[in-house]
Design a protein around this ligand. Sequence first.
Ligand code: GRF
Length: 185
Amino acid sequence: MVGPHGRGSNMAAIVRACRAGTVPAVVEVVIPSGNGSGAEELARDMGIRVQVVLPGDGYGPRLMEALVGCEYVCLAGYLRLLPNEVLDNFPMRVLNIHPGLLPKYGGKGMYGRRVHEAVIAAGEKESGCSVHLVTPVYDEGPIVMQKSCPVLPDDTPETLAERVLMLEHLAYPEALAKVIVDRPR
Ligand code: GRF
């Protein structure tokens, strides 16, 4: 599931890894929460089924309908709290990626550029990304995987974001594969 303004680069990394066989899964559907995002266009270009589900009345049940046949949910650039229906029906099977080393620089309102700004302002020497399981509290579910990179003295939020994004594209498929393989059966 991708946010209304998502570029879809993490979604594309997951699709590629599934197609290459490094993640034992098939991407059934991409669900944007807004119309006309880059992620939506990219998913269509990659031949993935797209089903836009706009927030509003009955959002939870409509999401559940769109997720029929799915076993896992991956959030990428999805900035809302997920309806309880989805969390209840996919226990420990909803993943999210955060562009920082949680538990630092997470929580409501901490996303995208704001994370990188805060990391630079705090004088951190290291940043990175975290893939975690989603629980009802923002950015607080168990961490599945983190990858780190240096913060350079002349970094801007943009240059740091670019370095972290490269790690995200590696970490998200790896973490998804780990969650699938480690799932108790
Ligand atoms: C990523 O930086 C991710 O960490 C955050 O939202 C951004 C989504 O980027 N949750 P993209 O749409 O996958 O390119």
